[in-house]
Ligand binder design. Structure first.
Ligand code: SAM
Length: 217
């Protein structure tokens, strides 16, 4: 069966993003441009533009399009920022960030995912993304500080190396809470203090690392 991904993508933008209040033109252009199906295993591509998370292998998932959009919107990107992403996963959110920020540093702990994502992002021509395979709860000290930090896995607390690596007036976004229920939380650093805003309830896979969950739950 021949699937017209362009039509599905336009429908996703209209019915899942615009209808739920995502308005920023640069963001809508990025979601219209990035071919989400390329980040999804071939046998699951029919669900690439659906309104739910999809498995990407290694027990992980690509988040629902609206959640990727909401998190990106909360970052308030203007095109000048240096962004750190923890949890590369499929690389879809990484590509969206690369469309909207100056440079993106992304960390994924599972080598099997990194092996798939790196060639894909190169093939798609993204020259402003750096990826490494490591425990992202430690951050990327050699590249710090960052204007924005986005963690796409759930943590019981804010990993302190990440708050250290966030610039003054910078912003961090992460799902904070228990294993099966969290609150998407926006953190702002002002006068070297962290200020938290709760965005909405959410459910993410765990951040497994020294400053996240110690073991896979
Ligand atoms: N944003 C991704 C996308 O667009 O496909 C989805 C990310 S998925 C919900 C969360 C990812 O975080 C998984 O790939 C998981 O392996 C990764 N992860 C969990 N703990 C991590 C850690 N300590 N460091 C780096 N990545 C981690």
């Amino acid at each position: 069966m021949n699937v017209n991904y362009e039509i599905l993508r336009k429908r996703m933008v209209d019915e899942q993003l615009i209808s739920r209040g995502i308005k920023d033109r640069r963001m809508l252009d990025a979601f219209s441009k990035v071919e989400r199906h390329k980040f999804i295993p071939v046998d699951l591509r029919a669900s690439a533009y659906a309104d739910f998370p999809v498995p990407i292998g290694e027990g992980q998932t690509i988040s629902q399009p609206y959640i990727v959009a909401l998190m990106t919107e909360c970052l308030g990107l203007t095109g000048k920022e240096k962004v750190l992403e923890i949890g590369t996963g499929s690389g879809y959110q990484t590509a969206i960030l690369a469309e909207l920020a100056k440079e993106v540093y992304s960390i994924e702990r599972l080598p099997g995912l990194v092996k798939k994502v790196e060639p894909l992002l190169n093939e798609l021509g993204y020259a402003n993304i750096k990826i490494k395979c490591a425990d992202g709860s430690l951050g990327w000290p050699e590249a710090a500080p960052f204007d924005r930090i986005i963690i796409t896995a759930a943590s019981p607390q804010i990993p302190w190396p990440l708050s250290e690596q966030l610039k003054e007036n910078g912003r961090m976004l992460l799902p904070l809470g228990e294993t099966f229920s969290q609150v998407l939380t926006q953190i702002e650093k002002r006068d070297n203090k962290l200020h938290a805003i709760q965005v909405c309830a959410c459910v993410f896979v765990p951040l497994v690392g020294k400053y996240g969950w110690q073991k896979q739950k």
